[in-house]
Design a protein around this ligand. Sequence first.
Ligand code: GTP
Ligand code: MG
Length: 289
Amino acid sequence: MKAGFVNIFGKPNAGKSTLLNALLGEKLAIISSKVQTTRHRIKGILTTPDYQLIISDTPGIIEPKYKLHEKMMTAVKEALEDADVAVLLHDLTEEPAESDKIFAALKLKVPVLVVCNKLDKVSKEKTAAAIDFFKQQPYCTAATAVSAINGINTTELLQELTGLLPEGEAFFPEDDITDLPTRFFVGEMIREKIYELYEEEIPYHTTVLVQEFKEKSTLVKIQADIIVQRETQKGIILGERGQGIKALGMAARADIEKFLGRKIFLELFVKVKPKWRDNDTHLKEYGYH
Ligand SMILES: Nc1nc2c(ncn2[C@@H]2O[C@H](COP(=O)(O)OP(=O)(O)OP(=O)(O)O)[C@@H](O)[C@H]2O)c(=O)[nH]1
Ligand SMILES: [Mg+2]
């Protein structure tokens, strides 16, 4: 049997979470058109009789500006340390030299597959030029292109990745699809809707804490806190006559019900915690270790 860790790295918005979901054939990680959506390392597990592939999505690599960012970059560092294979994801709509700066700085000592994403958005020539560019870089074992969102070349990528796995026994039971608890994903689904429905600083000043997750006979009762930094942000989340939070709750509920395959009762509260992004106690409480 082959088993190992394939960890995905890249700039914010390159499509790392979209690629994780495409490889798993399941929506595990949340996605948005805004940068810095992913804040944790998320492991997706694919087990077959021949191999176990543990694929990690990571936060986009950035220069930390506050403690939340530092925690995000710690998640990246951990994934850099235990990778058996690294996928470095380049966004084809950006300059290869920009991604290269970040990729080279990672100083990886494991096989590196450079994957150029969003091939649906650029010309064939541009894709070919990017692949050529990365093939010449010393850290690059192989380079390829995909469209994670449309699943173009993702099956081939999966095959290539399993080929690079070391021999070994499975790390997780065969039925596991992730190492994170259900309530984590419930919080993430609420956060995804915040990225979708609110603009400017709101998504970046917000986190979600699932306080209650109770399985009853007919439904699952979920209570979550939406944490913001300022009173004004609370007002924006709530919206006029509560219309904002009502829309947020409806959108999140639909996704969570699909994910759990059960009816839910979702209760959301908005709480103000000034400067939570720079407060170690708050960060720990909200799951940023
Ligand atoms: N056209 C196109 N868009 C894509 C593709 N893959 C991802 N996207 C879009 O790119 C945006 C970012 O995708 P994410 O998967 O959230 O990117 P990420 O790298 O995880 O971003 P962070 O978590 O912020 O680091 C979303 O709007 C996706 O729909 C692709 O193959 N083609
Ligand atoms: Mg992401």
